[in-house]
Design a binder for this molecule. Structure first.
Ligand code: PAF
Length: 277
């Protein structure tokens, strides 16, 4: 696996990957890689593409009081995991390369960014959309793989790609989970052992609520039980609600629905989501 840190080198390396006429998949990440990220690499490879992974801890998507400075950075371990997973090229831009002095452009997607994490983390999705569009222009992939764990992010990227006529196929990859159901996340590294024990309440509460709503129970009652279960496990709940799976607006009859939650345990904020069938 080749590693590049300069845009000119990236473009030359991507041109080499394309030389045989094959497709190129982009897997954008912020590093601290786990099996969820490696599933994205596997999805790119399954699509028959050469895989380019990026690692960039994007300051634009962190709020002033968030965890930018302590976000885990472990480049050497990540590079080894990517190489073992069959990634072809690693793009490692620095902040100065990504946002040079004078950088003044923001990509803002309306609507789907407004509820949930958009409300809890003002400016977050502008930061995500801006860096993802930059990565798309830098790598010019045929497809890009995103985890369903960040369900709202996936819908924001799909909206942006549709609205801006980008010829990039967006592949959503199912969430990888620990044996007890906790969704894999780089932020799980923050959890103290007792918090890790309690964290399983999040997928359990979501699973029980999704099953109850799917059986036809009133959503309000199922969601109230989920809030209570999360509070009992020590979570402070940002949101736990049912939404239209694509627009993230109010659920609509005969359209796919998604249950989404974000909650803090100690200083760690976890998110998760499930379909409601
Ligand atoms: O999901 C992430 O890790 C980030 O939000 C992304 C898509 C790499 C943009 O910085």
């Amino acid at each position: 696996m080749q590693t590049v840190r300069e845009l000119a080198d990236l473009r030359a390396a991507v041109a080499m990957l394309r030389a045989g006429g094959g497709r190129v998949a982009l897997v954008p990440t912020m590093g601290a890689l786990h099996a969820g990220h490696l599933a994205l690499i596997a999805a790119g490879r399954r699509a028959g593409a050469k895989v380019v992974a990026s690692i960039f801890v994007n300051p634009l998507q962190f709020g002033a009081d968030e965890d930018l400075s302590r976000y885990p950075r472990r480049e050497a371990v990540d590079a080894r995991l990517l190489a073992e997973a069959g990634c072809d090229l690693l793009w490692l831009p620095g902040v100065a390369a990504m946002y040079p002095a004078g950088f003044a452009t923001t990509v803002s997607v309306a609507g789907v960014t407004e509820p949930f994490d958009g409300a809890a983390r003002p400016g977050h999705f502008d930061g995500v959309a801006t860096v993802v569009l930059k990565l798309f222009h830098q790598v010019a992939p045929d497809l890009a793989c995103f985890g369903e764990k960040d369900w709202q992010q996936l819908q924001v990227v799909r909206r942006m790609v549709a609205d801006l006529d980008l010829a990039i196929e967006i592949v959503g990859v199912p969430t990888e989970r620990e044996d007890d159901g906790l969704a894999l996340s780089s932020r799980n590294l923050y959890l103290a052992p007792d918090e890790r024990g309690h964290a399983v309440a999040l997928p359990r509460a979501l699973g029980e609520a999704a099953a109850a709503i799917g059986r036809g129970e009133p959503a309000a009652a199922a969601l109230e039980r989920a809030h209570e279960a999360l509070a009992a496990a020590g979570f402070a709940v940002d949101y736990c609600d049912l939404a239209d799976a694509e627009t993230l607006g109010a659920p609509q009859p005969d359209r796919p629905r998604r249950l989404l939650a974000a909650a803090r345990i100690g200083t760690t904020r976890l998110i998760d989501n499930l379909p409601v069938d």
